[in-house]
Design a protein around this ligand. Structure first.
Ligand code: PEP
Ligand code: MG
Length: 586
């Protein structure tokens, strides 16, 4: 039995058998060819290229139908790459110049491109490197016929294990009975994570050494709640996890009943539980899970899954879909939070030394005003179909908020001049995710209509811990008293100014923190839609004074270890089984 830890990116627990997917970087044989064979090899390459393009167009259509336009755009991007002559021509030349087989020429050329991206200092290029290897794998698969072999393997009841899963591979498993995904690399914002969540399949990434330890057919437990996997579990472990699965099912059934009920504490305080979404269609998940609207629409995913800057109309359609699917509940549009780990193709060409401290987010928008205004137009126009809120990310100083608001006002004037209907009175708020904004929240509260605390970034900037670096993951703790003090100050400043304060980082979906957050005065939480029923369960079982007592006790601790131990203990006492099933290992 062997247990490995990674990063949980899509929740749920499953027991299945391992299906190891070939590493797209696997070496292919080099074979020297004679001059007479050059044309044959080139013809083989052309045929494989055509077959790959056909695959991609089929997968694009399927993704469009089942996963949404943005997911499909990833395949459109792959198509674009394969049609790019600067990639394809050197392969044809290599076959002739080096007199080698097509497989080798393909692999070597793709390697050059992948290494070019990998050598860039920005870790964000990893996604692009993965795209290159994905295409390499596809073309070589057609050359050697392994595609057919891969797709002939049964995926029913399998947990797919791979060094990394490319978007095409992940999407390929839709409707094929796959139970889970486990990969050695990747982070919460990787393509695999996005697809896994869209497919509602449990997934753990960043396991580092799973592939070298796993083999086909082996029994595997995948715990997408805690980010763990167990290979060859012993009987006692299987029994424990079976119990977990049964408990989860039971819990899911009991939570189902809560969906239509309000999130009101036992002493009558009403909370708003909202959902975080990446794509417009997901607004439906929020409604289905009994949410009060969209607390965070990460609009940048539209950009990230597209090979071009989304036009105003493309954005408008997406945003309108979110508004319509929310059926009268508010949708909070966060303007493009690009940069750092979320880069666009265009930005890939201008790497930064410290991208998380660089030209990201609102800074990028304020330097690219035309793009920013196009988005603001699309958002405001979508607001003609239902209630919306506009939110600016990574605000660190007051002038950024003022400039952003000024652009919004200008856009309103333009829309008026164009005679287009739009949301004239949409509340305008900001993310509080930089310590400077948290410390100065009282000042920002005078100029923002609402705050949303972004703990994912607030933790990394307060503790100086890169949120995407698994080597310092143990230092990344929202329970750190410094972080909690900032959260408390922001909530208090917002309440004093009479503006709504919500929290939309991952902490929001973690029931360990719910009582503490209520005790600190928070009344709106936005989380992954599937967590809303869990949060509702806690909210409906507690009263505000007991949460305040808990918050006071936590306020006296000096270390995150004490905080963690205390809040976990309280929650496991009050809500056995609700702690993401984290009781399975004691
Ligand atoms: C955050 O930083 O907490 C947040 C919600 O935004 P993102 O995770 O997209 O940076
Ligand atoms: Mg953020």
């Amino acid at each position: 039995m062997r247990e490995l830890r990674g990063i949980p990116v899509s929740s749920g627990v499953v027991i299945g058998r391992v299906l190891v997917l070939n590493d797209p970087r696997e070496r292919v044989q080099r074979r020297s060819i004679s001059a007479a064979e050059i044309e044959t090899e080139r013809a083989r390459f052309d045929k494989a290229l055509d077959a790959s393009l056909t695959d991609l167009s089929r997968m694009r259509t399927e993704a469009e139908q089942h996963l949404g336009k943005e997911a499909a755009a990833i395949f459109a991007f792959h198509q674009g790459m394969l049609r790019d002559r600067s990639l394809v021509e050197p392969i044809r030349r290599r076959i002739e110049d080096e007199k080698v087989n097509a497989e080798h020429a393909v692999q070597e050329q793709f390697r050059v491109v992948a290494e070019m991206f990998a050598s860039m200092p920005d870790s964000a290029f990893q996604t692009k490197v993965d795209d290159v290897w994905d295409l390499n794998h596809r073309v070589i698969g057609h050359l050697v016929g392994s595609h057919e072999r891969d797709s002939a393997r049964s995926t029913e009841g399998a947990v797919v294990v791979a060094k990394d899963l490319t978007p095409t591979q992940t999407a390929m498993f839709r409707g094929k009975g796959v139970l889970g995904f486990a990969t050695d690399s990747g982070g919460p914002t990787s393509h695999t994570a996005i697809f896994a969540r869209a497919l509602v399949i449990p997934a753990v990434v960043g396991l580092e050494r799973l592939v070298e330890n796993a083999h086909d057919g082996q029994t595997i437990i995948l715990d997408g709640d805690r980010g763990a996997i167990v290979l060859d579990p012993d009987d006692a472990t299987i029994a424990r996890y079976e119990q977990r699965i049964a408990d989860n099912n039971e819990l899911a059934r009991s939570l189902d009943e809560l969906r239509p009920l309000p999130a009101t504490t036992t002493d009558g305080t009403e909370l708003k539980l909202m959902g975080n979404i990446e794509f417009g269609e997901e607004a439906e998940n929020v409604v289905e899970n009994g949410g009060d609207g969209v607390g965070l629409f990460r609009t940048e995913f539209l950009w990230l899954t597209s090979d071009h800057e989304p036009t105003e109309d493309e954005q408008y359609e997406q945003y309108k879909a979110a508004v319509e699917r929310s059926a009268g509940r508010p949708v909070t549009f966060r303007t493009f939070d690009l940069g750092a780990d979320k880069y666009t193709q265009e930005r890939a060409l201008v790497p930064e030394r410290n991208p998380f401290l660089g030209c990201r987010s609102i800074r990028y928008c304020l330097q690219n005003v035309a793009m920013f205004r196009t988005q603001l137009r699309a958002i405001l126009r979508a607001g003609a179909h239902g209630p919306i809120r506009v939110m600016f990310p990574l605000i660190a100083n007051i002038s950024e908020l003022r400039q952003a608001r000024m652009h919004l006002d200008d856009v309103k004037e333009d829309l008026d001049a164009d005679g287009l209907p739009f949301a004239r009175e949409a509340p305008v708020g900001m993310m509080v995710e930089v310590p400077s904004a948290a410390v100065m929240a009282h000042a920002f509260a005078k100029e923002a209509d609402f705050f949303s605390i972004g703990t994912n970034d607030l933790v990394q900037y307060t503790l100086a811990v890169d949120r995407t670096n698994e080597r310092v993951a143990n230092l990344y703790s929202p329970a750190h008293p410094a972080v909690l003090r900032l959260i408390k100050d922001v909530i208090r400043a917002g309440r004093r100014a009479g503006i709504d304060v919500s929290l939309c980082g991952e902490v929001g979906g973690d029931v360990t923190y719910t009582m503490l957050l209520i005790g600190l005065g928070l009344r709106t939480i936005s989380s992954t839609p599937s967590r809303i029923p869990h949060l509702k369960k806690v909210v409906r079982s507690v009263d505000v004074p007991e949460c305040e007592r808990l918050a006071r006790a936590v306020g006296s601790f000096d270390s995150e270890t004490q905080v963690n131990a205390f809040i976990r203990d309280q929650v496991s006492k009050n809500f056995p089984g609700l702690l993401d099933g984290r009781t399975a290992d004691g």
